[in-house]
Design a protein around this ligand. Structure first.
Ligand code: 13P
Ligand code: SF4
Length: 326
């Protein structure tokens, strides 16, 4: 079996002399030895998803983090997801395969700028999408994910609402909750922003039997063609339950692995990005995590995710509010 090349966390470059099978066996062994739970998002590499104790969308992974009795949470996802798990579990060790796995939405909403921006909207309830930093969560009244954003904004009837940081999700929520007055921070996801309506129409013409399903981080040019708009787990559920046998899926391509496992025999087609030559429908942050880095973080219990206690306490309240409302 082929030996693996040089890998590791940027801070711990290391030559691993393990085959992929040995690496997977080591990860399974270390999970037991460390009493660790491995949580993975649907956008992770398929081999990481297959090793996980739980694979889910952002809400499900937060709920799993809130329930776990493990001593260690290994979060195969991006930084804001692991940070949320740490906010909920201050006494547990939370590690990530790659500390640099960020998110364009979180990175595009720096807390000091957000705080200043909020000064324009006194008396507004601040709803923040979970794709934001702990500091932004600490400035928020309630957190939401793509699976409960509409429900949460609907529950705030009669209140003025600010929604951050994704403008496409905000526009979708404003429409669904009939809140044209929703004030939105103008952030976007680099992956969902990239889908092309022109190329989607060409693909729809080529596959008239296929239904378009999309994540609400997509822009309106994509969402207007979708028969179903939902979180990653909502899209998988739809592909399983729909009597249709073919789907054009407008979200990060990592979802296709679990969707195909859940809906065997159905045809899944990845929605096309604008630029034919790039893999822009693959999240570069999510894909920083590799099997090798996963092994190293379980072995070394590094890199850890920590949140200053004062921020953590303020960020916890809006997360708990979301969990109670979900
Ligand atoms: P979900 O909560 O739908 O899994 O979305 C997370 C995400 O980062 C989408 O880009
Ligand atoms: Fe962030 Fe977009 Fe990657 Fe999701 S797909 S983690 S929103 S950059």
């Amino acid at each position: 079996m082929e030996k693996l090349p040089v890998v590791g966390n940027a801070s711990q470059p290391e030559e691993l002399d393990l085959t992929p099978d040995e690496l997977e066996a080591e990860i399974r062994r270390l999970k037991v030895e460390r009493n660790a739970v491995l949580l993975a998002h649907y956008y992770q590499e398929s081999e990481i998803q297959d090793l996980a104790d739980y694979v889910g969308d952002s809400l499900q992974l937060s709920q799993a983090a809130a329930k776990t009795e493990a001593d260690v949470i290994v979060f195969a996802g991006v930084h804001f997801m692991a940070e949320t798990a740490k906010i909920i579990n201050p006494n547990k060790i939370v590690v990530v395969p790659d500390l640099a796995a960020g998110c364009s939405l979180a990175d595009g909403c720096p807390a000091p700028v957000f705080q200043k921006w909020l000064e324009q909207y006194p008396g507004h309830t601040v709803v923040s999408y979970i794709n934001c930093s702990a500091d932004v969560k600490a400035l928020s009244d309630v957190i939401c994910t793509s699976s409960n954003a509409v429900k949460i904004v609907k529950a705030l009837e009669g209140q003025k609402v600010v929604f951050a940081p994704d403008r496409h999700l905000a526009a979708f929520v404003a429409k669904q909750a009939n809140r044209p007055d929703l004030v939105a921070w103008q952030g976007t996801c680099i992956v969902h922003e990239t889908f092309s309506e022109k190329r989607l129409l060409e693909l729809m013409a080529k596959h008239p039997e296929a239904e378009v399903i999309a994540h609400p981080e997509c822009h309106e040019g994509i969402l207007r063609h979708a028969v179903h708009v939902a979180s990653t787990s909502g899209l998988i559920d739809y592909a399983v339950k729909s009597p249709k046998t073919a789907f054009i899926v407008a979200t990060e391509a990592g979802i296709l692995h679990r969707m195909q496992q859940a809906a065997p025999g159905k045809t899944l087609i990845a929605a096309p990005p604008e630029d034919e030559s790039c893999s822009c429908n693959v999240c570069p942050h999510m894909k920083r995590n590799t099997l090798e880095k996963l092994y190293l973080c379980l072995r070394d219990l590094e890199p850890r995710v920590d949140v200053p206690e004062a921020v953590r306490v303020r960020a916890l309240a809006p997360i708990q509010r979301m969990l109670a409302m979900s």
